[in-house]
Design a protein around this ligand. Structure first.
Ligand code: TIU
Length: 237
């Protein structure tokens, strides 16, 4: 078991995290965004740009599992009848296939289809929470906030795609709801590298207006470090 707390090197400042009050939130690491033939590609994006985050996310996920940390995976997608997909979302842009159309990995961005599933390397383990969401933010129309509060979670380590869309939307709302968010830069990516950079800057600017930015290796190092009072001395909160 890791120490009670850990000091994580981050920007704009280091942050002390109580591990038992910290969850790993992995956003939308789905085939629809990362693999050819899915929603991301239908929007005209080069999905290979997201591949670099799989290995760091896998390392962070393994460390979180080893530490007994609460892990949450989210998936963006819609009911098969598209009753939760606003026309304004379906109509937008000029994609090669629209939400709900049949594609090589099943219907685009529809729950239960192959493309909607999480990539094999990051597949949820038994006991890990999977939140299905119809919006970009993980709190919109989900019970995520309720689950986190019941578990006493105050801090979120945030990974996933894409940095400026679902990660930023979720972090902004998490901040308003009172969670401390530490976004792991190497575990997030965008189809637009400059948006990734700016998305992270927007979070950590102004003294951390929405949260902190760190890396998987900084968190893993902190989890491994014996930098906290022993459980025998203080007990774990
Ligand atoms: N298009 C894009 O950059 N992202 C999304 O549509 N969803 C998420 O970010 N998950």
């Amino acid at each position: 078991m890791p120490p009670v707390t850990g000091l994580v090197d981050a920007e704009p400042t280091a942050i002390e995290l109580t591990w038992s009050r910290t969850a790993l939130l992995i956003i939308d690491m789905q085939r629809d965004f990362l693999e050819p033939g899915g929603f991301g590609e239908t929007l005209g994006n080069d999905v290979s740009l997201l591949q670099s985050v799989v290995a760091p996310c896998r390392a962070m996920l393994a460390a979180a599992r080893d530490a007994g940390m609460f892990v949450i995976h989210t998936r963006e997608g819609h009911l098969p009848d598209l009753s939760d997909a606003p026309p304004a979302k379906i109509e937008r842009g000029a994609p090669s296939l629209r939400i709900g159309d049949p594609g090589p990995m099943g219907r685009i961005l529809v729950r239960g289809e192959a493309g909607h599933d999480i990539v094999a390397a990051l597949y949820p383990a038994a006991g890990e929470l999977v939140i299905d969401k119809s919006g970009k933010g993980a709190f919109y129309n989900t019970d995520l906030d309720d689950v986190l509060r019941k578990r006493g979670i105050e801090n979120l380590l945030v990974c996933g795609v894409t940095t400026e869309v679902c990660v930023n939307t979720t972090v902004r709302e998490a901040s308003d709801r009172g969670y401390r968010c530490v976004v792991l830069a190497d575990c997030c990516a965008s189809y637009f590298p400059e948006f990734h950079e700016m998305g992270l800057k927007m979070i950590k600017a102004q003294g951390g207006i929405f949260g902190w930015v760190s890396t998987s290796s900084q968190v893993i190092a902190s989890l491994a470090a014996d930098n906290a009072p022993s459980r025998a001395a203080g007990g774990r909160r």
